[in-house]
Write a protein that binds this ligand. Sequence first.
Ligand code: PEP
Ligand code: MG
Length: 587
Amino acid sequence: MARKLKGIAAARGIAIAPVVHFHPTLEHIPTWKVPEEAIDAERSRLSNAVATVAAGLMALQQELAGAIGKSEARIYDAQMALLQDPQFRRDVEAEVRAQRVNLEVALQRVVARYEGVFAAMENPAMRERAADLRDIGRQLVGALMAQARQKYTANGADYLFAAEEFLPSDAGLLDRAHIRGIVTAHGGKYSHGAILARSLGIPAVVGVDQVMLESNTGTMAIIDGDAGVVLLDPTAEEMREYERRAREQRAVDRRIAEVRFQPSVTRDGVAVQLYANVEGVRDLDSLEIEATAGIGLFRTEFAFMERRQFPTEDEQVAMYRRAMDGAKGRPVTFRTLDVGGDKPLGYFRMPDERNPVLGWRGIRLCLDWPDILYSQLRAILRASALGHARILLPMVSSRSEVARCRDVVDQLVADLRATGVAYDPRVELGVMVEVPVLVPVLPEVLPLADFVSVGTNDLVQYLLAVDRDNQRVAKMYDPFHPGVLRVLQQIAQASRHAGKPASVCGEIAGDQWFTPLLVGLGFRELSMAPVFLPRVKLMLRSMTVAECEDLAGRALAMHSTSAVRKLVLDELQPRWLAQLGGEEPQR
Ligand code: PEP
Ligand code: MG
């Protein structure tokens, strides 16, 4: 029986190999009392250790220079700055002198104190520095103990590196000829380890149960870096399925290189704009914006969720401006705060709700707390002066909610104009269609909106009355349901009738099996996690609009979800494989 561990998708791709768990090398630190006359000797030991670690860092940076980008290589500059920080050094020496402890112990204590300070900082990037500091401390103690550090190898066999965390210095210890994937208990999508894994092209999942990792050393496993899942001891069938996906991924990668900058058009030349979904400005750093039509969904709540208090208006302006800069003139669709439901905000007291997904979330919450809404909308408007900004309202369920938001925007615009603050008067206001009842009233809502974006993740969950996080019913969460397709068609038709652009920004927009259906139903804008964009473009370029319409028409007439799924896969799989260079179908 396979064991499925859920984590955070940190670096895309599939890796299959045995898990090898590595412990930190320095588990037992020697402790002794330092007499007065030995204090100077401890100081010179510190100088030697700093010099050794600095030389190691420089060598590592040079060794990796070809394999990682310039900005990632700067991670080691940040470590070097910490290592040579005079205050850090003074604090370590003071600890030795005051407590009469050996340097190894003093280092550990000072590193722990600094870590506490970093961990309490507002700025998430600064909080990540705690890992750098831990790494520096570990290297210094390692140098002091003259402990020859072993390369992380599995004796020449392929392996999945498993550890509590993956630190920048670990990159130099990996046996890169044989490492297939990385799985760790700590770290986030934006930790330095995750950034390095991405730029080294090693699939990675972080935030996985530590005990399971440790107790499964030597077990065969599959890392799915797209889904953030680790399968321990997979069945033969799962192995075949993931090997097939890995082969397909390699074929897709080859083709991706060819289509990346080709126009996103159907085979008969009809343009379908492909946008990217992002969860923060840092996603933009690794995004090839030129290969997209712009940002179709900026989930602003993630920036709010990783802080310890609400960002001020000015802080938000700075963040939104960075996003506008990163988009280089392309549209950026800022979705206003969508907290509540499965996205709590630590510093904002939410009521205990029996059904949070049906509760106080998205625009409902913001309209009840106008301060939050006002400062966010004002910040977006101020940032809009830099390019093409769009505002998107989540969880709208009535015309009056849109009307109230429109009024707020108008008021804010009048105020900015009166006070001479720059903004773009063409800022658009859009509505997410994710609460089913909005669909029949779209003809009344659309005149108030400049565009709509269909949030199929929520829309499908509400239409089917299936909580996708509930294991018992998760199988019933299937967007191929003919009823879902009919609702999507209704949305596309209402928008076209009102002359308002409609996009899809839920997960199905990034699922290539859905691309022809969505085009056939009438959508000409899709927004997805960037990793899926090339696949969708490949599929798009293989079909004419007439073929998409024909397929959608037949799917709409089906009587069951399984019939739609079968129709779509039977039609599309052979084409898809042909697109990938005519490989034999592997089912
Ligand atoms: C959606 O519901 O489809 C959507 C895009 O929003 P989120 O997934 O953030 O709820
Ligand atoms: Mg949603």
